[in-house]
Design a binder for this molecule. Structure first.
Ligand code: 6R9
Length: 666
């Protein structure tokens, strides 16, 4: 946590941009900040009534629910998360597709921007319904039943959305694995979820390059004996992809066997909609489990109120469907609201740094949402790439995944929003399902770098990290927790409820623990200060240091390793690995380091590759053998005068050696 947050008290709030309402399509959802405060109070004091009304108004139910929140009241009763909308039945794909297709079949649901400019297409709600229904029938024919998990390893193409909605249509559970993950990570996730069907492409395209997606899947499936079918969408048409006749099926061949409509399967409100694996403090990734009605309501309401999304809007979330941002704000949020969602396959730098702005200009995007890491890249590339575009359609600009530095916020505001779009720094997590601390576009005054105030139903508190006591003064700094359950919070870790409780609800009894540090300033604004656990955030990708350590140990030369994050101008944080080897006096140090990086790329994925590898004789350990990563972080920051108490180290002389290695290499 930063040493001091005193400077925060001097930051002045900026009012919502002038002219916001002039470019607004219809009546605003909220008149002003006073109305937000009134509704917020209701949502905290009586969540049952507040969310009960919202769920009846915004979602379509095949059977109405009996009770909005169980058990009634507020808080984490008995230390468990609450259940929402019990007795109710609904279907996610009906809510995302059918009801809009019925009302307006020709309305664009998806604008697909392919990796290569000009190769995209527009898909209407009517067309989407047909595709979803056909793939739903393919899955049923492959034996997928209500409650079964289906693994999805797809790039950012419309078929990714079709796939998720088709799985949901038959009451099955989707488990998307980000297509940047290695075959080993994919294998672990397929097996943990016990998925028997995998959906993928022949290849993917990104930044002008082809990626051998099917080959990675096949490699993973060598150790997934339960998988009996792979459904493959032909993306590039490369003839030379591996194929197993008895198992693999082409998407286009299977799809055409089925008629354009099949009725959705109603599920219970609390039935699982999806799993999404995420990293935590320990090595084994957790399958975060989200339920249907609560999650849908959270994605719907945040999209509507945070980004001010109206049905005629075009939302461009430049995040991958392999992460929660893609789930909530590429797929579910925009479609639930009947808006148009942009599905972007490429990168911000291909064919040049104008790509995002070409898309915004061409499709008259009204809301744009991206991680600060991309903004840092574009800021560095120069404002000339932004300036030649007409970006006047933009009303809200979102930021997600990591803290946004004030100078990046200013750049976004000035060059992209041109002072007319509202910047929304949205704080949330895979586990929260949807935004929890965020400004509301057109309503909330903002301070660059602060995520501002809680969304409806979120009762955030700052706790003393050691005692767990709530810090009730307005100005406070500690760990961020939430006092009461909300509809879109995760319900469990797949197959391990105890681990869910241990990670989120038991560390500070009575609260949901976020794992982040936070401060509250004199005006009540929340400032997120980053993770307090062993999680490193690289370009908005959440990595567990323990997971990288277990990858490194796969290399035959590695005796032990300790991984920590360190600040990086472009990626926010970068990964540093301190590694001790089994054999000393290596002949080729550079080659060994290269091999270690390759090991991590292979075991986890390219995005987890350490930027810095430091070969050391020993690691700083306590007498009980615990690695003191705090010392490694300080040495990397060249703050060796602030190491604190090192008397608990079993061998304090190791510190001198570590300092020397860091100075030689970094
Ligand atoms: C949505 C998403 C969650 C972690 C979270 C925090 C960091 C997310 C942030 C932010 C500062 C923001 N984080 N949004 N930090 N300001 N606006 O990113 O989910 O991948 O699960 O990561 O990301 O550390 O705990 P996920």
């Amino acid at each position: 946590m930063p040493e001091s947050t005193d400077h925060l008290t001097h930051v002045e709030a900026i009012k919502p941009p002038a002219g916001f309402l002039e470019r607004h399509p219809s009546t605003p959802f909220l008149a002003d900040f006073e109305e937000y405060k009134k509704l917020y109070r209701q949502s905290i004091d009586d969540p049952e009534t507040f969310f009960g009304n919202m769920a009846r108004e915004h979602l379509s139910w095949s059977k109405p629910f009996d009770q909005a929140r169980y058990p009634p009241g507020t808080g984490f009763q008995n230390g468990d998360a609450a259940a929402w909308f019990l007795g109710g039945e609904l279907n996610a794909s009906y809510n995302c597709v059918d009801r809009h297709a019925i009302a307006n079949p020709d309305k664009p649901a998806i604008v697909y921007e392919a990796d290569e400019p000009g190769e995209g297409r527009v898909i209407s709600y009517g067309e989407l319904l047909k595709e979803v229904c056909q793939i739903a029938q393919v899955l049923t024919a492959l034996g997928v039943k209500k409650g079964d998990t289906v693994a999805v390893y797809l790039p950012m193409i419309p078929e990714a959305l079709v796939t998720l909605l088709a799985i949901a249509r038959i009451g099955a559970v989707h488990s998307v694995v980000f297509a940047g993950f290695s075959s080993g990570s994919l294998r672990d996730r397929i097996n943990d979820a016990n998925s028997k069907v995998v959906i993928t492409t022949d290849e993917s395209k990104r930044g002008g390059k082809a990626i051998e997606t099917k080959k990675i899947v096949d490699e993973a499936l060598k150790s997934c004996p339960q998988v009996h079918n792979v459904l493959v969408f032909k993306r590039t048409g490369n003839q030379h992809i591996p194929w197993t006749d008895s198992r693999d099926l082409w998407w286009h061949e299977e799809k055409q066997r089925y008629p354009p409509y099949v009725a959705p399967t109603p599920v219970q409100a609390e039935d699982t909609l999806f799993l999404l694996y995420t990293s935590g403090s320990t090595g084994k990734p957790k399958g975060i489990q989200h339920t249907t009605a609560g999650y849908l309501l959270g994605a719907l309401l945040t999209t509507k109120y945070v980004f001010d999304v109206h049905p005629q809007d075009v939302l461009f979330t430049a995040g991958d469907v392999g992460w929660i941002t893609g789930h909530s704000y590429v797929v579910y949020g925009p479609l639930l609201n009947g808006a148009t969602t942009v599905v972007f396959e490429g990168t911000p730098a291909y064919p040049n740094y104008s790509r995002y702005w070409d898309v915004v200009d061409q499709h008259k995007v009204t809301q744009f949402y991206v991680a600060p890491t991309a903004l840092r890249l574009l800021k560095r590339a120069g404002s000339s790439h932004v300036e030649k575009h007409d970006l006047s359609s933009l009303r809200a600009l979102g930021s997600v995944g990591e803290p946004i530095a004030p100078e990046v916020w200013e750049w976004y505001n000035e060059h992209v929003g041109r002072g007319k779009a509202h910047i929304c720094d949205t704080y949330w997590q895979t586990e929260t399902g949807s935004h929890i601390i965020t400004p509301l576009a057109g309503v909330t005054s903002t301070k660059p770098g602060s995520a501002s105030f809680p969304f409806f139903g979120i009762d955030p508190v700052i706790l003393d990290p050691t005692t767990g006591e709530e810090l009730t003064s307005t100005v406070a700094e500690g760990v961020l927790a939430v006092r009461s359950p909300w509809p879109s919070m995760a319900r469990s870790v797949w197959g391990d409820y105890n681990r869910f409780l241990d990670t989120y609800l038991r560390p500070y009894p009575g609260f949901y623990f976020t794992g982040d540090g936070a401060a509250r300033d004199k005006d009540g604004f929340f400032w997120i200060l980053g993770r307090v656990d062993d999680v490193v955030n690289v370009s908005g990708h959440r990595l567990s240091t323990a997971e990288i350590e277990s990858a490194l140990i796969e290399h035959p030369l590695v005796a032990e390793s300790a991984v920590v994050g360190f600040p990086d101008e472009l990626t926010g944080s970068a990964v540093a690995a301190f590694v001790s080897l089994k054999h000393k006096n290596l002949e080729d140090v550079a080659e060994t380091k290269k091999e270690l990086v390759i090991t991590v790329r292979k075991e986890i994925g390219p995005f987890a590759a350490p930027k810095l590898i430091l070969l050391v004789n020993d690691l700083p350990k306590t007498r009980s053998g615990k690695i003191m990563r705090r010392i490694l972080r300080k040495i990397l920051a060249h703050e060796e005068d602030q190491l604190g108490d090192i008397s608990t180290l079993s061998d304090p002389t190791v510190v001198k050696h570590l300092i020397q290695v860091v100075h030689e290499n970094f």
